[in-house]
Design a protein around this ligand. Sequence first.
Ligand code: FMN
Length: 191
Amino acid sequence: MKKLLLIFVLIITAGIAFAVTQQNTAPGENTVSNKKILIAYFSWSGNTKSIAEKIQTLTGGELYEIVPETPYPTDHEELTVIAAEEKEKNINPPIKNTVDIANYDVIFVGTPVWWYTMASPVRTFLTTNNFEGKTIIPFITHGGGGEYSIAEEMGNFAKGAKLLLPTFVVHESGNIETDENLKNWVDSLEL
Ligand SMILES: Cc1cc2nc3c(=O)[nH]c(=O)nc-3n(C[C@H](O)[C@H](O)[C@H](O)COP(=O)(O)O)c2cc1C
């Protein structure tokens, strides 16, 4: 009887020790590699943001939202006119908040498709930072048109960066398979 009680106590103790170990993995801690990871993204209606947050959970990297100095209108029609003009005239809108990318090795770069290309604030981010020696990994959300040549364009704008492919491409914020696809994609990158 004493022996049984001892075994019972040992099992409970092991269970508690396991639970404590699990809790010690702090949120945000890099769980896939010892590389310093940044997840930079721009999002107007939330789709790219939701994918960025999932990548953050999977990689333990840090999130950085690219926020333009002048906010875009909340009206979709007004936005499409401004976005078209920015694309046509090659306008790179100034960014309100900066991040020191020297602190990171790997930078996920997320954008919605805007008129067959990346959203203009993402172009600003890529052209105003020094990507020498950095690895960039694009992820793209779209409204049905797919990825176009955005990954390649990102590689051209981010001078000195190594472009790591494949890109994660998803329609709007994804579907029931997106979480699994994202996990498989992150695993395949072998960070
Ligand atoms: C100004 C503008 C232009 C867009 N152009 C395209 C396009 O050319 N092709 C496409 O598939 N989707 C296009 N979309 C749809 C967005 O790419 C899609 O809804 C995306 O998931 C939005 O991401 P967000 O919620 O992070 O802003 C456009 C949306 C906007 C607002």
